[in-house]
Ligand binder design. Structure first.
Ligand SMILES: C[S@@+](CC[C@H](N)C(=O)[O-])C[C@H]1O[C@@H](n2cnc3c(N)ncnc32)[C@H](O)[C@@H]1O
Length: 623
């Protein structure tokens, strides 16, 4: 099929929802887009002039670069809900860092871990062990007479989550309502031999990575089948069946819901057809009903998610999700991480060596940054690992560096595979960025590369104990990193990650209570810096932006309150009005950015608050 042959995107959604007109629960769903519900025909007809603008605004196509993908067939405004789905399969997160027992019924880390009396898997309570979502595997474990050993609950092994995910998916294939869709999903990676041209464009380390990840993927799928059949004893499930289900699950699932406290990964029908871009234009969000006591109230039954346009999307544009959550990483690391998912990212951010002028992983050029005070000419790397200075074009010893680092990464990988075998390959898969560790360069410890590697290790240590690190220490890190003390410029990914860690040190109210006025002001500045980065890497209404704006709002609010409390006889300080303007602007931006109704409610309340303060100030002035 060519790119021109459009097909409807099949989704798997809830059976009822609140009427788009009156909010009463209804079961009449738009049969074309499957997004909006109605309590009856009247309201559907009444809503048509609005609904028709967005209904049927995308189609499924196939492109040589990404396989099946979803393309806009109309201009789509930011905030449009494009899909509304429940997962075909929901599992406790099986990401590499999920090394704790989670409840198999509600996906929360239990306060007190218990074992399901029938199969031994972790639950929070007996009620959770009876949840519908847990029943198919619980019955299968009982049939196989397998009980998870008690000791596992205290010494959890993260791989158990990927085995459970593969099993849940295998069992979901047996459900008539889901089988056809599951069977239509991608379950194997494109054969490496079909990617020769792409592979040849990669630096040697990338080529090696792609091939290793290919075999890792095969290995992970067969390991899951081995565990289900040989360890759990479900010999009635064929190895081929489990391997395929594991493939479907590992390629198409997406982590969703950490903000709600749940550690849940969802496998969605329509959303899994959306490709990746590091500069995404859609996002998956928990569907939040205004008035719900908790966004995920009702546990598994209300695992409802939406795909939202995070910016205006033009007709013909491909919809793209950000498969990787970290916006502040440089391209080299992002691309390495995606190679672990067995594809090479050539999105607009990765293909631009300057990364939209942010130079996320470039260092200040020693020969010309010293001459220029404000601008920071930096060394940048193109897709083929060639380096040059953005200011003077100097390549000099950096060519040697590029080749040297690449060779060393390769050598490390070989060494590690030879010495540690499969386990070390898995460890690499869990920490893709780690392959950059211990790479040194020709030229000694004083090269910008080695300096930045040591800063990176320092940042990693700070991040590991982030809640205990005082602000002073974070700020010392930043000033040591920045030119001329260090080799970095203000939008280097390490500097940005430190700023992000600072503003996320605590909940905004706790943070504000701990800070002096001057510190609060500096943190507001960090928020501004991060928002400017957002404009480039994830423009529009991303949840990343909303998170920064919320913190910024808390910080500015604290400054406003401090000014008001300080108001003496001479009245409020003159800069209070300017602060109020900024506070209002942040809320207005939040109104656009907060794609969920709940966020909008809080923001509106805060805007009322701003208006009230303005009134009070005006009255004080008159007096
Ligand atoms: C969740 S699936 C997306 C749907 C898939 N294209 C299909 O045909 O079913 C993820 C897979 O799509 C492909 N893919 C997604 N985004 C890509 C991108 N930016 N570049 C290359 N391949 C991509 C990769 O093969 C990846 O493993």
């Amino acid at each position: 099929m060519s790119e021109k042959d459009g097909k409807r995107v099949v989704t798997f959604g809830p059976k009822s929802g609140e009427c788009a007109v009156c909010d009463k629960v209804g079961t009449l769903k738009c049969s074309r887009c499957q997004v909006d519900f109605y309590c009856g025909k009247d309201h559907q007809v009444q809503d048509w002039p609005r609904h028709r603008q967005i209904c049927g605004c995308m189609e499924l196509r196939v492109s040589p670069e990404v396989g099946r993908c979803v393309v806009a067939t109309k201009d789509i405004p930011m905030g449009t809900i494009l899909m509304r789905e429940i997962p075909l399969v929901a599992t406790p997160n099986f990401g590499s860092d999920e090394d704790q027992p989670l409840c198999v019924g509600c996906f929360m880390p239990p306060h007190r871990v218990r074992a399901c009396a029938l199969c031994g898997w972790p639950v929070c309570s007996e009620a959770c062990s009876k949840k519908e979502i847990h029943q198919p595997e619980c019955a299968a474990f009982q049939r196989a007479k397998f009980k998870l050993p008690k000791g596992k609950l205290t010494a959890w092994e993260s791989r158990l989550w990927s085995y459970l995910a593969a099993l849940r998916t295998t069992l979901a294939f047996e459900d008539k309502a889901r089988r056809d869709i599951l069977e239509s999903l991608q379950y194997e990676n494109p054969p490496v031999t079909n990617m020769v041209e792409e592979i040849n464009k990669l630096p040697p380390a990338g080529r090696m990575r792609l091939m290793t990840s290919h075999s890792e993927f095969e290995l992970a799928c067969s390991k899951a089948a081995e565990w289900v059949r040989d360890v759990a004893g479900m010999t009635w499930l064929s190895a081929e069946k489990v391997r395929r289900a594991a493939g479907v699950c590992y390629i198409n699932s997406t982590g969703c819901g950490s903000s709600s406290g749940r550690h849940v990964t969802g496998l969605f029908a329509g959303m899994s057809l959306v490709e990746h871009s590091c500069r995404h234009n859609v996002e998956t969000q928990v569907w939040q009903r205004v008035g719900d006591p908790h966004p995920m109230a009702g546990v598994a039954g209300s695992l409802e998610y939406v795909l939202v346009a995070t910016r205006d999307i033009a007709r013909g544009e491909h919809l793209a999700l950000g498969y990787l959550p970290n916006y502040l990483e440089g391209a080299a690391k992002r691309r390495m991480a995606l190679l672990y998912r067995n594809f090479l990212c050539r999105c607009e951010l990765c293909s631009d060596p300057s990364q939209r002028g942010l130079y996320l992983e470039g260092w200040c050029c020693r020969s010309c940054s010293a001459k220029k005070k404000k601008a920071f000419p930096v060394l940048i790397r193109d897709l083929d690992n060639n380096w040059a200075c953005s200011g003077c074009g100097d390549k000099g010893p950096l060519v040697a560096f590029g080749a040297g680092a690449t060779m060393e990464i390769m050598a490390n990988m070989f060494r590690s595979v030879l010495s540690g075998g499969v386990d070390s390959m898995k460890a690499m898969a869990q920490n893709p960025a780690g392959i950059f560790d211990s790479v040194s360069t020709p030229g000694g410890a004083d090269t910008p590369y080695d300096q930045s590697r040591s800063l990176e290790r320092r940042l990693k240590a700070l991040l590991e104990s982030s809640s205990k690190v005082p602000l002073k220490e974070w700020e010392r890190f930043i000033s040591d990193a920045l030119w001329p003390r260090g080799p970095l410029h203000p939008t280097h990914s390490l500097v940005l990650q430190a700023k992000n860690a600072i503003i996320e040190m605590d909940q905004p109210d706790v943070l504000v209570a701990r800070l002096t006025a001057a510190e609060t002001k500096r943190l507001v500045g960090y928020c501004r810096d991060l928002l400017a980065v957002c404009d480039e890497v994830c423009p529009g209404a991303s949840s990343f932006r909303a998170q920064i704006l919320c913190i910024q709002s808390g910080l500015i609010g604290a400054q406003v309150m401090a000014r008001l409390n300080d108001t003496g006889r001479s009245g409020p300080r003159p800069d209070t009005e300017a602060l109020l303007d900024e506070w209002e602007a942040v809320h207005n931006e939040l109104l656009v950015t907060a794609l969920c109704p709940k966020g909008r409610d809080t923001t509106l309340r805060n805007l009322d608050h701003v208006a009230q303060i303005r009134k009070n100030l005006a009255m004080m002035k008159r007096r």
